[in-house]
Design a protein around this ligand. Structure first.
Ligand SMILES: Cc1cc2nc3c(=O)[nH]c(=O)nc-3n(C[C@H](O)[C@H](O)[C@H](O)COP(=O)(O)OP(=O)(O)OC[C@H]3O[C@@H](n4cnc5c(N)ncnc54)[C@H](O)[C@@H]3O)c2cc1C
Length: 366
């Protein structure tokens, strides 16, 4: 007998896995189809920063959503440890946004003025900065300390959400390429894949940067484009920074075991995942200019990933306006790890037909 799932999720990145986890928790019969392995694309490449203020400020429509999502992490990390047995390496280590010029300092002070009191952001003068992060370059104008931002291991988070979904009853099929939809009238009934057809009451496309090409099969246009990002990591015997250090064009994220993760380049309109010497040299120059001792660290590895971006610069989360039974969750660009928990909840609410004011204020149909 053919199984008809309640919900079929295309894509086993952090967004697809977070949606699968929330729906499985609510007792839905979920299937995840992933072309490669879970956590093999952007969600493997990400630095894992939970930076509400890295590129958003109090005026951005995403700000409240990002804050809510980041604040879900302490409970989510605990839940995932219990259900999947995995540690996602969540820490609330704070972030410092560095100013290297007076103009950058002015911009950061404006960011601080739009930030609510709950965040307890503090402006740090160069002597204060040196006192708490002694290895930072002395040629900085100051920094904005954001104590409540944190970081996780992005691949472990994604794997753990996938594993927890399985433990709660979801089916997960890797190496399964979805290449078309099954349609009856104006309803999507399921998908055609490299291992055969699958049927579901609700189909959700969470295929990251590859969502657009699949959705074209049913005439849905997202106005999306890929943005390649390169990173590298090193190891050092000394702890060079306690907090994540963020500047325009470069960030340094401390990870367990003396690892430092340095990112990330930005190259739009390519799906090429190879690493360029120019991109890495540029990152190394930027990183050593703010943390000179990084030059003595031991090389670990470099990698690249493809971020899903939209022309409007906002994620696309919602039901298709054309097809019944079809929803979309993609376009999280540089903030997919930060926004994964709230996206899972928003989409689960959407599928259950629940009112969610955050959904109304910001999510659209396509
Ligand atoms: C270098 C870099 C650093 C980053 N750092 C951060 C950070 O510090 N903090 C942060 O919040 N965000 C960060 N991001 C952004 C974040 O990684 C992304 O926003 C997020 O991973 C997107 O998740 P996703 O599930 O939409 O996409 P993906 O992780 O790309 O997953 C999509 C999945 O769908 C699968 N798929 C696609 N099409 C099909 C199909 N037809 N059939 C079956 N499967 C399919 C793909 O194989 C893939 O596994 C970073 C990104 C990069 C590249």
């Amino acid at each position: 007998m053919t199984t008809v799932y309640d919900v079929l999720v295309v894509g086993g990145g952090v967004i697809g896995c977070s949606i699968a986890y929330q729906l499985s928790k609510r007792g839905k019969n979920v299937l995840v189809l992933e072309k490669n392995q879970l956590a093999s694309k952007a969600s493997k490449a990400a630095a894992g920063m939970l930076g509400v203020h890295t590129e958003l400020n109090g005026g951005s429509p995403l700000y409240r959503l990002a804050q809510t999502s980041r604040d879900m992490y302490p409970v989510l990390a605990q839940e995932l440890k219990e259900v999947s047995g995995m540690d996602i390496e969540y820490v609330e280590n704070g972030m410092i946004k560095l100013a290297r010029t007076e103009a950058e300092a002015q911009t950061l002070l404006e960011v601080a003025s739009k930030t609510d009191e709950v965040e307890q952001v503090q402006w740090m003068s160069p002597p204060n900065l040196s006192a708490c992060e002694p290895y930072l370059s002395k040629h900085v104008t100051g920094g904005l300390f954001i104590p409540r931002d944190g970081n996780v291991s992005a691949p472990k988070l994604t794997e753990s959400l996938g594993l927890a979904s399985k433990r709660l009853g979801a089916d997960v099929k890797e190496y399964t390429d979805v290449y078309d939809f099954m349609i009856e009238g104006n309803r999507v009934m399921g998908v055609q894949s490299s291992i055969g057809p699958f049927y579901a009451s609700e189909t959700i496309v969470a295929g990251g940067a590859w969502s657009q090409s699949l959705l074209e099969r049913v005439g849905v246009t997202l106005h999306a484009y890929p943005v390649k990002g390169e990173c590298f990591s090193v190891k050092y015997s000394k702890k060079l920074v306690e907090r994540t250090i963020f500047t325009e064009g470069c960030y340094i994220v401390p990870k367990p075991g003396g690892r430092l993760l340095i990112g990330a380049t930005e190259q739009p309109n390519t799906f090429d995942e190879t690493i360029s010497a120019g991109g890495l040299m540029d990152l190394m120059n930027r990183a050593t200019s703010i943390l000179p001792e990084l030059s003595y660290a031991h090389w670990e590895r470099a990698w690249a990933g493809i971020r899903p971006q939209n022309q409007k610069g906002l994620p696309r989360i919602g039901r298709s306006g054309i097809w019944e039974g079809l929803s979309i969750a993609t376009g999280h660009y540089r903030n997919g790890i930060l926004l994964a928990p709230i996206t899972g909840v928003l989409v689960a609410d959407l599928i259950e037909g629940k009112e969610n004011h955050q959904l109304h204020s910001y999510v659209g149909s396509f």
